[in-house]
Design a protein around this ligand. Structure first.
Ligand code: ADP
Ligand code: MG
Length: 253
């Protein structure tokens, strides 16, 4: 049975997609079978994992709204052991269309049931909002991994996210846990980053991963080549830290 982990934070640009793609590829590299599920209409996880969005005819939209089978949507990713449920811009309509649909919050959970035995990990990249797409992701997940960017106001907005997590726990998914909090885009040249680390650790304590993701230009280049960092530049700092993170996640069970 796969462990299902949502990568969520309603703030944009905090490193959700970078983390979803690279943690998926690194866990796959460690020999586990991984399914990366793209729940963001921007489809950046899809292209970052090596899938040409223009060539996708059926995407996660069809699974959520049209009840197309997940097995008809899954595609191989750009590394061994990695498969992808792609998203295209079509998904942007789903948030509104789902409102009037029966069991609208559990559609992803129900769809994943068909393949949950085929994978060790299912990683879900969430959009930058707390709407129905993120609710579907949280309802389908065992846990949520929260990337937090090392910048001023790092904790701003997190109470809203945690509140949504509590609501999902209460009404839709009693088992949902906080997998961990990941500090991202640390700029080692400034003291600010270190202050943010202290602040986040004070609040989330042992939930904060030992691995901290620094700013690394190779991480921002890799997506335009459709490659995760371990394929794009295995010797970069970015590859090293995401592999460390993957090991931490796998070790925690
Ligand atoms: P989100 O999915 O939360 O919106 P992204 O993962 O797309 O965030 O990251 C936002 C931007 O920052 C992207 O252009 C990405 O390539 C870049 N980025 C993410 N993490 C890093 C990093 N550690 N170092 C350098 N650039 C990064
Ligand atoms: Mg994203």
């Amino acid at each position: 049975m796969a462990k299902v982990v949502a990568i969520a934070n309603q703030k944009g640009g905090v490193g959700k997609t970078t983390t979803a793609v690279n943690i998926s590829a690194c866990i796959a590299y460690l020999g586990k079978k991984v399914l990366l599920v793209d729940m963001d209409p921007q489809g950046n996880a899809t292209s970052g994992a090596g899938i040409e969005k223009g060539e996708v005819d059926k995407c996660i939209y069809n699974l959520l709204v049209d009840d197309v089978e997940i097995k008809d949507i899954i595609r191989p990713g750009s590394v061994d052991n990695l498969s992808v449920v792609p998203a295209t811009i079509q998904l942007s309509g789903a948030e509104i269309e789902l409102v009037s649909t029966i069991s609208r919050e559990v559609r992803l959970k129900n769809a994943l049931r068909d393949v949950i035995k085929d994978y060790d990990y299912i990683i879900i990249d969430c959009p930058p909002s707390l709407g129905l797409l993120t609710i579907n992701a949280l309802t389908a997940s065992d846990s949520v991994l929260i990337p937090v960017q090392c910048e001023y106001y790092a904790l701003e907005g997190l109470s809203q996210l945690l509140n949504t997590v509590r609501l999902v726990q209460k009404h839709l998914n009693h088992e949902l846990a906080i997998e961990g909090v990941l500090l991202t885009m640390l700029d080692a040249r400034t003291n600010l980053g270190l202050q943010v680390i202290e602040e986040v650790k004070k609040y989330f304590r042992e939930k904060v991963y030992k691995t901290i993701i620094p700013r690394n230009v190779r991480l921002s280049e890799a997506p335009s080549h459709g490659l995760p960092i371990i394929s794009y530049d295995a010797r970069s700092k970015g590859a090293e830290v995401y592999l460390d993170l993957a090991k931490e996640v796998v070790a925690s069970g």
